[in-house]
Structures are given as C-alpha cells and as structure tokens.
Write a protein that binds this ligand. Structure first.
Ligand code: PMP
Length: 425
C-alpha cells in the first residue's frame, strides 16, 4: 500500500471525504488523490516520492511555479516581522497600487482572504449600490461557494435556477437568474423582463470552471452595453483569469471595462488572498466610508501581501507573461497533433496560459456543449498521464495552467508521455 493511500485512509477518519475541498478527492476520475510533500518549479512531489510535472499549480495561483525564490524570500522576510497585526501595514497599499496599476478601471480595492469572499462581497456591494436584489449569472461559471451563486440552472434563460446544494434557501435561489455563456440574446431577454430588478451581472469573462471557454467576438462588449442601459453593474470574476490572461485581465485582452472585478489566486502567489475593486464612486459605498458592511480579521495579511507583491512584480517584468503563455501554446499545439494522429477527436481552447482539451468532436461554446464531452476518454487520459508523471486537473471541466518554470524541455517531456497515452486509446 502506498503512503498516499495510507494517508488518505487516515484522512478519511478526521476530514470529510479525506479532503478540505471536494475537487481534491479525485472523485470525477474514480481514484484517490496523492498527498503532496513538496514542490519545486514545475514539479510537485508526493508522499511516495513520485514527482509530477504540475499543470494544476494549486488550481492557478502558482504562476511562477512552486517555491519561487522571490516569493519564498518575501514571505520569509515578512514572517520574521510578525505573521499578523490586524492594523494597517504598508504592504497593503503596495499590493493595492500594484493591482490598480495594471487594471485600468480600478481606482480602489479591498483585500480579502479568498475568491469566494471576493465574489460574495462584490455582489453585496452591487446590491447595496443599486438597491436591487436580483443577480444574473452565467450557467457553468463558478464563483466560489456563495449561497446565491451556487445555482446550477440547466433550464435556460431567465427561468429561476435550482440550487446545486441543499442548505441554500429557496429565496436566495430565486434571486439568481441564469443565462448560457456566449448568448447575448438570452441576456437581452433577461433584462427586458426584469432589468429594473437586476443589481448586477456576474461572469467569468473567460470561463475556466466548465473547462476553458473563449468569449465570442462582441460578447463581452454586448454585456457592457446591456448592463449599462439598464443601470446594472457588470462584474468580471477574474479570480482565475486575473494576471494570467494579461496583466490587465479581460479589460486589457478584450477592451471591455466592467464596474467591479474580483481577484484571487495569482495575486496571492499561493497564499490565501482575494480582492475586489472598481471605481472610487462605487467602492465608497463600502464600510467604513459607506454603509455596505464587509470585514476580515486576517484581510491584507502580511504574509499574503508579501507573496502577492513578489509575484506581481516578477510577472510584470518584460516577456514573463508571454513566456508562460508560449509554454501553454506549445503544449496545446503538440497535443493537437498527437490527438489528430491517433484519430481521437478533441476540441482545444486557450486564452493566455489557461487551456483545456475537451474530448469532444464539436466546438465548445457554453456549458451545454461542455457537458457532452467524453469523460471516459478524459479519465483514461488523466490516469495515463499521471502514471507517467504528468499531473493534470482530475476533471474534464477544469482549466490547465503553465508557469514560468514550464520550459520547452518540460513541455516536450509531457508531449512524449501524451503520445504513449493516446496510443493506448
Ligand atoms: N471565482 C472563480 C472564477 C474561481 O475559479 C474560483 C476558484 N476556483 C473562485 C471564484 C473561488 O475562489 P476560492 O476557491 O479562493 O474561494
């Protein structure tokens, strides 16, 4: 019995399902997780001393790879000075300014501890500002485990969603409308019917939680126009795409500015951080300037801000983000050729260094399209790659990431393994 199996058995006695977050349980691929012991650059090592090339990277944050010296040293120095104060520190200003220096429309930010906290708070703020209750979300977009956003809604535009989780009051669910991604007509309909009640529309401008999906030409601009026309706020949830698809996020990549943005993952460099931001006019509704309450004992934590500042500073150096994207492009191009040779139909998507290979013969433009992917093939691919030392997210509906540590040599090693795996199909 492997050490990871032994640890997982032990974990199940004390942690629910053996994990502290469900996706880690490897349920979608019918196996058990490995237990990590260390990470270095592009690789993660498990309790049995297996080393994997890591395309999950803690689900996105480790854009500089594991244990990058600059991040390591920054956190070390911060720790020497004390782990938390609960009163302001200069590093909070520095991280806030860094974020705002890259994302044009941001004038003010609030730091929190997770992506979930950021989206929950942004929605409260949008409701407080507009004095409206409804939220419009996009089917298949994930915004953390916020009550009113855990709505599944397979049943088409403007109908009331159903909660994906028991424990969410019906009234919360009823205040969430859903539309399919890449469908402007559905958004127009929703606003025609209930526009005067809709506080905000929230979406991942580049979705990464139904696999990665690319916004069609004009989609994001269309959302900007419709929300503006109805006095609703547009919220881009860039917890995953922020500082990954561009330093300036979707605003830079697509030229569309939302009213609010939510961030997480990369801005914390692997430590627990989230943030939300927007114009001073909107953000001033937040306590202590305004009436909308939101607070946090550990918000702006010195270790987290140190890791975030180090990560964003390193990323902003010329060519760094382009190199990380090029690694993903090299991987995608190679996988495309290998699948073609093997005669296995796939549909590939990539924006920046986020990418997905759907085992799907048709284009994937929304959640509905994504769900008809061949998950049996995915599972076979996942296990084949893991056995050969290459770790991809244990679900068809997740994004893959590269980091600055993913060299051409490393990518080519993964492609060699993929060739072997596709040959077994
Ligand atoms: N929004 C998006 C787009 C995400 O990808 C995630 C996490 N995968 C979240 C919000 C929630 O962030 P967290 O897990 O830090 O609460």
């Amino acid at each position: 019995q492997s050490n990871s199996t032994e640890l997982f058995n032990k974990a199940q006695n004390i942690l629910v399902g053996g994990v502290n977050s469900p996706v880690r349980a490897f349920k979608a691929v019918g196996s058990n997780p490995f237990f990590a012991t260390s990470g270095q650059g592009a690789t993660v090592t498990d309790a049995d001393n297996n080393t994997y090339t890591d395309y999950v990277l803690s689900w996105g944050p480790l854009i500089l790879g594991h244990a990058h010296p600059v991040v390591h040293d920054a956190v070390h120095t911060a720790l020497d000075n004390g782990a938390s104060f609960g009163i302001p520190t200069e590093a909070e200003i520095t991280l806030g300014e860094l974020i705002a220096s890259h994302i044009n429309f941001i004038e003010k930010v609030r730091l929190v501890n997770s992506g979930t906290e950021a989206t929950m708070s942004a929605i409260r703020l949008a409701r407080g500002v507009t004095k409206r209750d409804l939220v419009l979300k996009v089917e298949g977009c994930y915004h953390g485990h916020v009550d009113s956003l855990l709505v599944n809604a397979g049943s088409g535009p403007t109908t009331f969603g159903t909660p994906t989780s028991p424990g969410i009051p019906t009234s919360f669910v009823e205040s969430t409308l859903t539309v399919p991604y890449n469908d402007l007509e559905a958004v127009r309909e929703a606003f025609t019917e209930r526009g005067h009640e809709i506080s905000c529309m929230i979406l991942e401008p580049v979705p990464g939680n139904m696999g990665v999906i690319v916004p069609e030409e004009g989609y994001l601009q269309g959302l900007r126009d419709i929300t503006k026309e109805h006095g609703s706020l547009l919220i881009f949830d860039e917890v995953m795409s922020g500082f990954r698809i561009a330093m300036g996020g979707a605003e830079e990549r697509y030229g569309v500015s939302p009213d609010l943005i939510t961030l997480g993952k990369v801005i914390g460099g692997g430590l627990p951080v989230g943030a939300y931001g927007g114009s001073a006019e909107i953000m001033q509704y937040l306590s202590p300037e305004g009436p909308v309450y939101q607070a946090g004992t550990l918000s702006g934590n010195p270790l987290a801000t140190a890791a975030g500042i180090a990560t964003l500073t390193e990323l902003a150096k010329p060519g760094v983000l382009q190199r990380i994207e090029a690694a993903q492009t090299r991987l995608g191009a190679g996988l495309g050729e290998i699948a073609k040779e093997a005669g296995i139909p796939i549909y590939q998507t990539q924006v920046g260094s986020m990418a997905c290979m759907f085992f799907n013969e048709n284009p994937v433009k929304n959640y509905q399209d994504a769900t008809i992917s061949n998950t049996e093939r995915f599972t076979k691919y996942f296990h084949g790659m893991l056995e050969r030392g290459h770790y991809f997210a244990p679900s068809q509906y997740e994004a893959g990431f590269t980091s600055i540590a993913h060299t051409d040599e490393i990518i080519d090693g993964t492609l060699e393994a993929a060739k072997e795996v596709f040959a077994t199909f």
